[in-house]
Design a protein around this ligand. Structure first.
Ligand SMILES: Nc1ncnc2c1ncn2[C@@H]1O[C@H](COP(=O)(O)OP(=O)(O)OP(=O)(O)O)[C@@H](O)[C@H]1O
Ligand SMILES: [Mg+2]
Length: 422
């Protein structure tokens, strides 16, 4: 890998689109060079619903990040989300080829490839094949089989699939914005890369990214992904409830939520009032408690969905590191306490770390996915095989020989990136 490799990430959300560029330094560390954020358009609940609008918004975010960094984004890692995402566990088996029956990285990669063999309808495609653990000649629980002796190597993998149409529409938007997809990353996996520690992953943890239109969850156990899910619920629903409940335009409802919203209405003083702008001018006053009651009711539903997924994962009671919240909604005051009461697990808010040069703009939990894309890209660039063998979430799409380039706008060619396509 060249010293000044540059990676780009574009987090395409229902509320905002965030493009980031980062320089990959030694050991996969990333220094952020530029960030561009614009309000999302043409995306609903994680999927493209209006190509023209989405292209315009993506282009605007890309242009901002390019201006900030002095680089041109030709290829980027991109988040994928939405109700079309599904997951299953599968096993891949291969014979060990080498003369002395010593398992090599190539054998590990072949086993992971074998786990891709599942019958899928024509309208679905694989997004990730994430190794969970390996079995060598019947001995299970192996984390890194490379270097071990054996005849038969098996991998238990978590396979994430997505709807081909939704993915193609996203890729079309990016292509029209002049960006090639270097790799797709299921949104909470990207967020996890930016906020979780190795220890949390090892002990057992669930990460829930609560965005504008979706709540995406990923659970880790013994260092690897054990469960993923998507729920079509997010902060946009809270805003909508406020608009309907207090009879105010959506824009005012969003402003009220950000200025005075809080997840535990009982903690708000009963005499506090907020001003509610009405339709067509005018307005009224309402107690802040009433506003927060609406916020709490919807966030209770979101947290109940998260708790339900933790139970469905089969690991409830086995996640000592609890739940980590990311996404813009994780900024809501009091949400940690509410989630803790409902999930009956420790809850913390995850802010992106592990990169340098991140300005104030992108420090909140809503930027975890964007920052995670850079880390994901850096890790894939640095050592995809090593990362896969320790069960870290790396893109495992087939490298089909296609390559993408990030060129510096000054005309100097940047670096060639390995292209991981789904
Ligand atoms: N300080 C805050 N308090 C409460 N809610 C907030 C705050 N900041 C952002 N939000 C809410 O978070 C949501 C946006 O979150 P985020 O930016 O993670 O969404 P997204 O990634 O665009 O959407 P998605 O991932 O669902 O497609 C919006 O509903 C917004 O109102
Ligand atoms: Mg998001």
């Amino acid at each position: 890998m060249s010293k000044d490799a540059v990676v780009a990430g574009i987090d395409i959300g229902s509320s905002k689109i965030c493009a980031l560029l980062g320089e990959v330094q030694r050991e996969g560390r990333v220094h952020v060079l530029g960030v561009g954020v614009v309000p999302s358009k043409g995306i609903r609940r994680g999927v493209v619903v209006n190509i023209e609008q989405a292209v315009e918004a993506i282009s605007a975010a890309v242009a901002k990040a390019e201006r900030a960094s002095g680089y041109k984004i030709v290829s980027a890692y991109v988040t994928v989300s939405g109700a079309h995402i599904a997951s299953l566990n599968n096993r891949g088996v291969v014979g060990v080829a080498g003369e002395e029956r010593i398992i090599r990285e190539e054998d590990v990669q072949r086993a992971v490839e074998a786990a891709r063999v599942i019958s899928l309808p024509a309208d679905r495609q694989i997004v990730h094949v994430i190794p969970r653990s390996f079995v060598v000649d019947g001995q299970d629980g192996v984390h890194n089989p490379a270097g071990m002796a054996g005849y038969r190597l098996e991998v238990d993998a978590h396979v994430i699939t997505g709807g081909t149409t939704a993915i193609q529409n996203m890729a079309r938007c990016l292509s029209r914005a002049g960006v090639e997809v270097a790799g797709l990353v299921f949104e909470p996996l990207a967020s996890a890369a930016a906020v979780l520690s190795d220890e949390e992953r090892e002990m057992g943890v669930a990460l829930a990214d609560i965005g504008g239109g979706t709540t995406n969850l990923v659970a880790f156990m013994e260092g690897s992904v054990c469960h993923t899910s998507v729920a079509p619920l997010g902060g946009g629903h809270v805003t909508n409830d406020i608009a309907v409940g207090l009879r105010t335009p959506l824009g005012s409802a969003e402003e009220l939520k950000l200025a005075a919203g809080q997840a535990l209405y009982a903690e708000v003083a009963p005499d506090e009032v907020v001003r509610i702008p009405g339709f067509g001018g005018g307005g009224s006053e309402v107690s802040r408690r009433r506003l927060c009651e609406i916020v709490e009711a919807r966030l209770e539903e979101v947290c109940t969905a998260i708790a339900g997924e933790v139970v469905r994962s089969g690991y409830d009671g086995l996640l000592p590191a609890g739940v980590v919240l990311t996404g813009g909604v994780a900024e809501t005051p009091g949400i940690e306490t509410l989630a803790q009461e409902i999930c009956r697990l420790p809850v913390r808010t995850g802010r992106p770390h592990g990169v340098s040069g991140l300005g104030d703009l992108a420090r909140g939990p809503g930027y975890a996915a964007g920052v995670g894309l850079l880390l994901w890209g850096a890790q894939a660039e640095y050592s995809p095989a090593a990362a896969a063998s320790v069960g870290k979430p790396v893109p495992t799409g087939r490298a089909d020989g296609r390559r993408a380039v990030l060129a510096k706008s000054a005309g100097r060619v940047g670096v060639w990136l390995r292209s991981f396509l789904p």
